[in-house]
Ligand binder design. Sequence first.
Ligand SMILES: [Zn+2]
Ligand SMILES: [Zn+2]
Ligand SMILES: [Zn+2]
Ligand SMILES: [Zn+2]
Length: 305
Amino acid sequence: MEGFQTCPICLEIPEDNIYQCSAGHIICNLCIPKVPANLCPQCRISFGLSKIRSRVLEEILDPIEYPCKFKSLGCEQLLKRWQIKRHAEACFHNPNLTPLCEKMGYQNCNFMLGSASRAQIISHFGTVHNCPLKLKPRILEVPGKLLMEQFRLRNKQRVPGGASVPTETPCLSYNILYSLITPDEMGPLFLIFVKVNRITDSLSLLCIRVWHPEFHGSFRYRAKLQLLRSTPQSTRIVVNEDGSQAQLNNVINPFPLTWELMVYNVKEVIPLLNASLVNISISLLEQSRFGDKARDRLLIKISLA
Ligand SMILES: [Zn+2]
Ligand SMILES: [Zn+2]
Ligand SMILES: [Zn+2]
Ligand SMILES: [Zn+2]
């Protein structure tokens, strides 16, 4: 019985119509158009112009429930033959898929990375998470004003591009997606992920490579981040209570000004999403009025490690 359940070509349980040659060898609807010269791969008899359905086998297989292919990895789902493939593409136990959105705090987003194409990832983050692709920025510039506005909104449930995260992780109260960036048209995709930790009042950034071309698999990247003030040398005059004037250095640079991060791939980043690799004090940014000047900005440069 076992042998009759799978297509002899793709070795899968046929999900749709099943065909057979006149000698009774079966083949699935996906494989039959691909056989050379329309010959049965087992006996070399032609399938003929009017292909013969194997309705008996279809009906035998219809009620059978098959285990998910990732059963050994913990999936307990039982599936009818037409559900097997669709389930595997979204199965949480599929090692090629990663529920990054969910892990980042988008609890209702089932989008899986791993089998998603570059275009699907761009479309998903752009439309669902308001995080459009920034093409060709070898250096990504985030205006300080925008950065600070996001933090001022941090007590609200959600900002555009942001997500509230599960209450079970209260310190990870807030996530902001800045950008999906890529160095060139078909290049790898990087996602800049900003977390706001409400308890420590700090923010932390992660840079994630969410997609890469086939041959890029072993490439390592690093991200250099810099908080830049627009007028590092400027001073301002303040009038003291007694009427005297004092020159005040206008620039209190928040710490750290420059730091480097590894760029993680999706598999590596899941356990790191709850960690804070670099903490920048939001209060310190606020005290130093980071973002007040038009040219205050955060620069993110991604390069090969
Ligand atoms: Zn097949
Ligand atoms: Zn045959
Ligand atoms: Zn499964
Ligand atoms: Zn998503």
